[in-house]
Design a binder for this molecule. Structure first.
Ligand code: ASP
Length: 607
């Protein structure tokens, strides 16, 4: 070994030991006769002191070393004199007095600072191009280490619960239902293609038919979706499936996993046990979103019925044309400046709303507990009756000093506007406790939703999800009212996982495929294998998948999932280090029986 210890482990108790360290030069301070080298490896940083009088050769080498040179040091551990300790370093009580300093490899000057305050705001594109340098920085390295530990604990948990870890193919068949598939051309079978799995969904269900009973996998998934800031074309899921279970069994298992994991990797406290359970309808009503952040209150309130005859036409129109009038309270916001109040209107415009009405509760209620109009600062109260004001005050629960914000529009616009406004208020009014993990389950999702563009019903989760037993009868007659045996697990407002109890009868599976507009031929071509498999004794089964990147990012407090991936792609799906995707040469294409359509490329570059 080229080192006897790592750079993070030496302590006072090691004083006097002869050691050899090796790592990267984090920083060098030259005090003439004395040179201090901060040596860094994955485990930490150790200060090395080189004295020119005692070790002239070592001193000469040390003076030539530069940032990111790979350096080996032989020397003796020395307790630092009182007053010279560094409490910020785990090794800060000691230093190593060098006898020998050897430069193992030189380094070019890195394109950005890897340590010190200037390392904090380096352009991400540059960091991605030199990812191997970026990963040397402790903050990123710690995320990768945390990810390793989380995956290890997950594996241990499932081994202990009798699960089998089974790999499923990466080269599959294209059966798009949801996102777009990435396809891989076959050389041997001209004109034919494999597809990369969007998830191992069908394979894990077939493993249940095969009698494996408890399966899990840390599975790579690929989705050719339109890219968004925090989306990656490939990502990793904890994927699992169980036979002979119902919704509560999956929930109990995953709850146990998350409690175990949180205890092992996070100093934060779980806000509520058992995890709260909210129906989809309730989540939409109270939070405007199906992944509510429960770290704070500020539930939405609904006054649609109370303003149907309002003198304020914006409310009245929305209430009588099938829309909604709902609001949220900004605690203590009554005397925000006029500019800030107008800012809320601009904020909700991003989500399609025309504006946000505001009412500041500046005065106190009367003896009867009701708020007169002159206790309220607002441009709209003059159009409202006392009964309407009473309804707003009661349903919002606002108190003197609070601000009420109301949006009137189509339900979907109201929901999006207020869900985001609520989060904004949570941040601005400092209502979010950074030290809690607020888990919850969202249940009773609709099974189907109507796709206006394609004029057909489609599965909300995926087409293998079962309807609730009592709802099967209404699949054909009232598809929009059918609820699914589906569940999502939410952490601090992020959906970290979702799953369902599956359809396990071939007749019901065929019914569902027909309901979402597939013809007999399409069903046969794309899903014949699963319909057939279900004819050979499929056990009742269900499962779930959790997004590993999201889970790690939440535990790491990382701003982006890219920060918890070793080699992520940009938001545009490119790898800046490898410069992928890239053209391949003509011969490769010819072997694959593929021709790039130059006319398409021309059109694309022109547009
Ligand atoms: N395959 C689903 C997904 O990737 C999860 C599941 O239903 O188990 O979202």
């Amino acid at each position: 070994m080229l080192k006897t210890h790592n750079c993070g482990e030496l302590r006072s108790g090691d004083a006097g030991k002869e050691v050899t360290l090796a790592g990267w030069l984090n920083r060098r301070r030259d005090h003439g006769g004395l040179i201090f080298l901060d040596l860094r490896d994955r485990f930490g940083i150790t200060q090395v002191t080189v004295n020119s009088e005692e070790q002239p050769a070592a001193h000469r080498n040390a003076s030539e070393a530069r940032g990111e040179f790979v350096v080996q040091v032989k020397g003796r551990v020395h307790q630092r004199p009182p007053g010279f300790e560094n409490p910020d370093l785990a090794t800060g009580m000691i230093e190593v007095l060098a006898d020998e300093v050897t430069i193992l490899t030189e380094s070019r000057t890195p394109p950005f600072y890897l340590s010190g305050s200037k390392s904090d705001d380096v352009d991400e594109a540059l960091r991605l191009k030199y990812r191997y340098l970026d990963l040397r920085r402790p903050r990123l390295a710690q995320n990768i280490i945390l990810r390793h530990n989380i995956v290890r604990y997950i594996r241990e948990f499932f081994y202990a619960h009798d699960f089998l870890e089974i790999e499923t193919p990466i080269l599959l068949k294209s059966t798009p239902e949801g996102a777009r598939d990435f396809v891989v051309p076959s050389r041997v079978h001209a004109g034919k293609f494999y597809a990369l799995p969007q998830s191992p969904q069908q394979m894990k269900q077939l493993l249940m038919v095969a009698g494996m009973e408890r399966y899990f996998q840390i599975a790579r998934c690929f989705r050719d979706e339109d890219l968004r800031a925090d989306r990656q074309p490939e990502f990793t899921q904890l994927d699992l499936e169980m036979s002979f279970v119902d919704v509560d069994d999956i929930r109990a298992l995953i709850e146990a996993l998350m409690i175990d994991l949180s205890g092992k990797v996070s100093p934060k406290r779980i806000q509520q046990l058992p995890f709260p359970v909210i129906s989809y309808d309730e989540a939409m009503e109270k939070y405007g979103i199906d992944r509510p952040d429960l770290r704070f209150g500020c539930q939405l309130f609904n006054i649609t019925d109370a303003v149907a005859e309002s003198g304020f036409s914006v409310f009245q129109n929305a209430a009588t044309s099938g829309g909604q009038v709902k609001g949220v309270v900004y605690p203590g916001g009554a005397d925000l400046s006029r500019r800030e109040l107008d800012g809320f209107g601009d904020f909700v415009k991003q989500y399609g709303a025309k504006g946000a009405a505001w009412i500041g509760v500046t005065g106190a209620p009367g003896a009867d507990g009701r708020y007169p109009a002159d206790a309220l600062r607002s441009q709209i109260t003059k159009f409202l009756s006392q009964a309407e004001i009473d309804a707003i005050m009661q349903r919002s629960g606002a108190k003197q000093g609070d601000l009420i914000l109301i949006v009137a529009d189509k339900s979907s616009v109201v929901a999006q506007s207020l869900a985001n406004l609520r989060l904004d208020i949570g941040k601005r009014a400092n209502l979010i406790d950074p030290d809690v993990l607020a888990f919850c389950w969202v249940l009773d999702f609709p099974l189907l939703e109507y796709n206006e563009d394609e004029k057909r019903w489609e599965a909300v989760h995926h087409p293998f999800t079962s309807a609730k037993d009592e709802d099967w009868d209404r699949l054909e007659s009232h598809p929009g009212e059918v609820k699914a045996k589906a569940y999502d697990i939410i952490l601090n407002g992020w959906e970290i996982g979702g799953g369902s109890i599956r359809i396990h009868r071939s007749d019901n599976q065929a019914r569902l495929f027909k309901r979402i507009g597939l013809s007999e031929e399409e069903i046969d071509a794309r899903f014949g294998h699963i319909i057939e498999a279900f004819q050979y004794g499929a056990p009742p089964h269900g499962g779930i998948a959790l997004g590993i990147e999201r889970v790690v990012a939440l535990y790491a407090d990382a701003p982006s999932i890219r920060d918890v991936m070793a080699f992520p792609k940009t938001a545009m799906g490119t790898d800046l280090m490898l410069e992928a995707p890239s053209p391949v040469d003509e011969r490769q294409l010819a072997e694959l029986h593929i021709r790039v359509r130059e006319e398409d490329l021309k059109k694309l570059t022109e547009s």
